[in-house]
Design a protein around this ligand. Structure first.
Ligand SMILES: [Zn+2]
Ligand SMILES: [Zn+2]
Ligand SMILES: [Zn+2]
Ligand SMILES: [Zn+2]
Ligand SMILES: [Zn+2]
Ligand SMILES: [Zn+2]
Length: 507
């Protein structure tokens, strides 16, 4: 940035872009100005450190984040606490604070003393222990208490029957409304925060309406329930918008064993755009308190966009685009997505069935899921539907034959051999997926109590061998790929330790 631009950047608030003489420059970093104490807090909490972003806007692109100074790999860009957290889609009747699974809850001690809904005794103790502990259930507790007192005994009984089944797999209808309800409550409680952080978020209402079944279901389960039985005063549009905001911007929380999955709405994180080759990684649960820490993985020069990713890098373009387009309604245009060969890795390439399998098919327009596929060898073109059919068949087969970790290595090798010989490029993402499953299986075998030390060592050796394949591909499509290299180093170190401890035993 030229010095003059720098000066003008400092003359507008880093968050809301408001200009004026009342702006204050951050005295800690001198990189940003803010218009108010509220916006100062977004830049820096009381004890710091300063966050490294400025909010930018561009025509047709909405708001996004750029670096407010040169950022080095490993630096924390920001730490973001959730505005609200709530049960994920199709959640069972888990603890409403910590999402402990229904099967681990007792019907007596793990119920909220006020409304009777599931709150585990540990979370209740936390409420009682500290008045400052943030409780999300308190946002809805009174509303449900009053609702349960008002509705007919038969209706109440139906609700509690669905909660008391203690089935970890069964979605509880009442839970479908909770994330949206909490978001709406936060609007009533802190309108300023809502204005700053939620008002401009996308809800993709138009696109969601096209899926009539899901739209009607959310209308019945959430809108009718909240406005009818619970008598909340928000309009049907407000409620649908809250559902859409949570669905579009909600981030899956880090789930530990014994927990149902939850989602959180992160005010700053939700301003990040997606890029398959993003320049950051996300550390969830940074403070043991559902916060997200965003860490740079490469140099981000001042003024450059900061990005994250919503789709797994192990997936090929067809699967990533399908995910991004069906859930977030946009086509990623990053370098990897635009290149049909995915940076030369051929992660997406399928064997041609015309030129006796010397050529590989790639999509002509990788951003378009319905695009024709063309053979690099004989140049024949094929409809997308035929390629997708093959992919789906293979996925079904993998699911059916190789879903249990106890499956033997030979079984994986057999399937991999057939897929490579007949259908897929050796680097195809379904083979990456298979290798990941094989590694999981080897870990399972390694950990069985009756496994001898020698066998354990050979299982570990196998894991390293297969992970090396994945690592080499990911280094190319997911630069700089330090995370992959770190994992590989850890595996090699474990192998070294195990083999030296075995040698030690012999002497
Ligand atoms: Zn401001
Ligand atoms: Zn600062
Ligand atoms: Zn709990
Ligand atoms: Zn309660
Ligand atoms: Zn992309
Ligand atoms: Zn061909």
């Amino acid at each position: 940035m030229a010095p003059k631009d720098q000066e003008s950047a400092k003359r507008s608030c880093f968050f809301c872009a408001v200009q004026g003489d009342h702006l204050e420059v951050c005295k800690h970093c001198e990189n940003v100005s803010f218009c108010s104490g509220e916006h100062q807090k977004i830049h820096r909490s009381e004890n710091g450190p300063c966050h490294l972003f400025t909010v930018a806007t561009a025509e047709g692109q909405g708001r996004f984040l750029v670096a407010n100074r040169d950022i080095s790999p490993g630096e924390t860009v920001f730490v973001d606490a959730p505005l609200v957290i709530g049960p994920a889609n199709k959640s069972p009747a888990a603890c409403l604070e910590c999402f402990r699974l229904p099967s681990l809850l007792s019907r007596d001690s793990d119920r909220c003393p006020e409304c009777g809904l599931p709150v585990c005794h540990d979370c209740q103790a936390r409420w009682n222990g500290s008045s400052s502990a943030k409780s999300f259930h308190q946002m809805e507790c009174r509303l449900f208490k009053e609702t349960f007192e008002r509705i007919s005994p038969a209706h109440r009984q139906r609700i509690f029957e669905s909660i008391d089944v203690a089935d970890d797999k069964r979605p509880c209808a009442l839970y479908a409304s909770l994330s949206a309800l909490r978001l709406l409550k936060s609007k009533a409680e802190c309108p300023q925060v809502w204005n700053d952080h939620v008002e401009n978020l996308m809800d993709h209402e138009e696109e969601r309406k096209k899926d009539q079944t899901t739209w009607m279901l959310s209308h019945m389960l959430v809108v009718s329930f909240l406005r009818g039985a619970c008598r909340i005063t928000f309009s049907a549009d407000d409620i649908q918008r809250a559902i859409g905001i949570m669905r579009t911007n909600g981030v899956k929380l880090d789930t530990r064993s014994g927990q149902a999955s939850g989602i959180g709405l992160y005010p700053t994180f939700s301003l990040l755009n997606h890029n398959c080759q993003c320049n950051t990684r996300t550390k969830k649960n940074a403070d043991g308190n559902s916060s997200i820490e965003l860490v740079a993985t490469m140099e981000i020069p001042k003024g450059h966009e900061i990005s994250t990713r919503y789709a797994t890098p192990q997936w090929g373009t067809i699967r990533r685009q399908q995910m991004l387009q069906s859930h977030w309604y946009f086509a990623c245009r990053c370098a990897r997505c635009l290149d049909p060969t995915e940076c030369g890795t051929m992660l997406n390439a399928v064997k041609c069935w015309e030129c006796s399998s010397t050529g590989y098919l790639l999509p002509i327009d990788p951003l378009n899921i319905g695009s024709q596929w063309r053979c690099q060898g004989c140049q024949t073109e094929f409809a997308a539907a035929r390629v997708i059919e093959i992919i789906l068949k293979i996925e079904t087969r993998i699911e059916k034959e190789l879903s249990l970790p106890s499956v033997e290595q030979a079984q994986y090798l057999k399937v991999m051999e057939i897929l490579e010989a007949k259908y897929l490029h050796p680097n195809h993402f379904l083979l990456v997926l298979l290798k990941e499953k094989l590694i999981q299986s080897l870990i399972w075998h390694q950990k069985q109590p009756n496994t001898s030390p020698a066998a354990r060592l050979s299982y570990l050796k196998g894991q390293i061998k297969w992970f090396e394949h994945i690592h080499d591909l990911m280094k190319v499509v997911d630069p700089p790929g330090d995370m992959w290299t770190d994992t590989l180093h850890k595996m090699r170190l474990e192998h070294e330790n195990l083999s030296s401890s075995m040698n030690g035993d012999e002497h």
